[in-house]
Design a protein around this ligand. Structure first.
Ligand code: NAD
Ligand code: MN
Length: 498
């Protein structure tokens, strides 16, 4: 697959079949209303397939199926070794179908198929494997109560976990939620983003094939304001894991308050700062990674390094390096392995990005990019774009653009850099480039971000928690800590004759 040519990918895409129905209680079903919406390929504007447009009625059915499964214990009380074996079978199936999973995400939301095939799809298998392995390895606690009392402190599954996910890493965001929630023994009702529901629907089918029992993993596509809201307001959903924008994350907190006080775990937006100090010895690597940090996945990355603070003495030279890298990353057909950047997810997002760019042309110094382009007269593509000398208060430096747009801001001192970096409503991630060890540690300590990457960007692993501070939300995906979201602490006291 990694040696496929553009023609190979195109012919495989042409022969792909899509599942557009909802997956509820172990079966593909139409929306109760019979309604559908178009799934669109943003690189061409072509309609890929029709997808079930689910509403409250469908959410009710999925939650009821999840509840019934949870109550009778077909998954929640399955022997840990057996549950692990089912999840590991799913890992094999994802790996067997890697090419298809990669194509689904690439076609549905415009990312490079090469990235989907080397990062997203293998990542999904890896994360399922990682959580599968926790099932028979994570131990509970016994409190030191002394003779006569045995106090067991256990982590128990919650019941029905609702998950609402974004479109930028469709398969992996579905995986981050579902793998941990399922490993903990819950039932899951997943509402994928309307822009990119196809890989999650296929994932549910593979999960069933692997032996995940009916009702345990349901995928209910539809619009956020209808299906997402119904899940958020549902009286029988115990936990809602959300990844998406800060505005909608706040809504889920309200839905919980208006309904059953379900736990809500928001992982929301970001405007991550990247701090480059003049004492960074390898400014070429720093430039490579700064470009990757903002242009990877078309800049549609919650932790994208969209604010670049560069020490003034090296700023101009650094910007020149960045311009060269940006110009080498022009967007192209996502199915062409030679392309360096893919399509923006849809027309609306493209227009939103271009509004920032057009305003920016009036208020900052555009040094490269700045245009929307088409391929064969079609599609949603934006050039890698860099603004230099951006005022710290400019919306370019304040707002999450969620596109390939970088704002460069010079600084004169370490304190000033840290102050500006922290002066944001967001706190998802940050990067620091320096070869001064004390500075690296000192600055990392001061940065208010869920993840600080030193001499790299966007460091990420199944082994470490991912999530933010401030209005980037407080949910944490990945690592053993994610299991805490999907379990309740339960104490059982046992009296015995000592
Ligand atoms: P979004 O908030 O518009 O949508 C996310 C999900 O919420 C979708 O499934 C959508 O259908 C649903 N939704 C939308 N409106 C809703 C409503 N009124 N009620 C209930 N559900 C609703 O975000 P998006 O545009 O899909 O994704 C981009 C955002 O996601 C960015 O802000 C980005 O930073 C964020 N993001 C965060 C992380 C993270 O881990 N922190 C990861 C990826 C993306
Ligand atoms: Mn789409």
């Amino acid at each position: 697959m990694l040696d496929y040519t553009h023609e190979d990918w195109k012919s495989r895409a042409a022969s792909l079949s899509f599942r557009g129905q909802a997956f509820v209680d172990g079966k593909f079903v139409d929306a109760v209303s019979g309604k559908t919406f178009d799934s669109i390929n943003p690189a061409t504007g072509a309609v890929l397939t029709q997808v079930a447009e689910c509403d409250e009625e469908d959410i009710n059915r999925a939650v009821a199926a999840g509840r019934a499964a949870f109550e009778d214990g077909r998954w929640s009380r399955m022997a840990p070794g057996d549950r692990k074996a089912v999840m590991l079978k799913l890992v094999d199936l994802i790996r067997d179908n890697l090419e298809e999973m990669a194509l689904l995400d690439s076609l549905d939301m415009g990312k490079l198929v090469t990235d989907a095939a080397t990062i997203d799809a293998p990542g999904s298998a890896h994360f399922f494997q990682w959580y599968a392995e926790t099932i028979d390895k994570v131990y509970d606690e016994v409190a030191p109560t002394g003779p006569g009392d045995l106090a067991l402190v256990k982590r128990v599954p919650l019941g029905v976990v609702g998950a609402v996910t974004p479109w930028n890493f469709p398969l992996d965001m579905a995986t981050w939620k579902a793998a941990a929630a399922l490993a903990a023994g819950n039932s899951v009702v997943l509402k994928p983003a309307e822009q990119s529901p196809l890989s999650a629907l296929r994932l549910a089918e593979l999960a069933a094939e692997a032996g995940v029992p009916d009702g345990v993993f349901n995928v209910v596509p539809g619009f956020g304001v209808v299906a997402g809201k119904a899940l958020g307001l549902h009286m029988d959903v115990d936990c809602l894991a959300f990844t998406g924008s800060t505005a909608i994350g706040k809504m889920f907190m309200q839905y919980s308050g208006q309904s059953n006080l379900k736990q809500v775990w928001p992982e929301t937006g970001g405007k991550s700062p990247n701090l480059v100090f003049a004492d960074c010895e390898d400014l070429d690597s720093a430039a490579d990674m700064a470009a990757f940090g903002i242009f990877f996945n078309q800049g549609e990355v919650c932790s994208a390094n969209s604010r670049l603070y560069v020490e003034r003495s090296v700023k101009d030279a650094f910007v020149d390096k960045l311009i060269a890298r940006a110009q080498a990353m022009q967007p192209g057909d996502p199915l062409d392995p030679a392309s360096k950047m893919g399509a923006i997810v849809d027309e609306k997002q493209t227009q939103g990005i271009m509004r920032f760019v057009e305003e920016g042309k009036k208020t900052a110094n555009l040094v490269t990019g700045g245009e929307r382009i088409t391929l064969d007269g079609k599609g949603c593509f934006v050039q890698p774009t860099i603004f230099d000398d951006v005022d710290h208060d400019n919306p370019l430096a304040r707002d999450e653009i969620f596109g390939p747009v970088l704002s460069v801001i010079p600084f004169d001192s370490e304190d000033q850099a840290v102050t500006m970096a922290n002066d944001s409503v967001y706190g998802l991630a940050a990067s620091v480039w320096t070869d001064n060890l004390s500075r690296a540690c000192r600055v990392s300590d001061k940065l208010m971000a869920g993840t600080v990457s030193v001499n790299t960007v966007d460091a990420l692993s199944a082994m470490t928690p991912f999530g933010g501070m401030k209005q980037s939300g407080f949910g944490r995906d990945l690592s053993l800590h994610s299991l805490e979201k999907y379990t309740a602490l339960k104490t059982t006291w046992i009296k015995y004759k000592a």
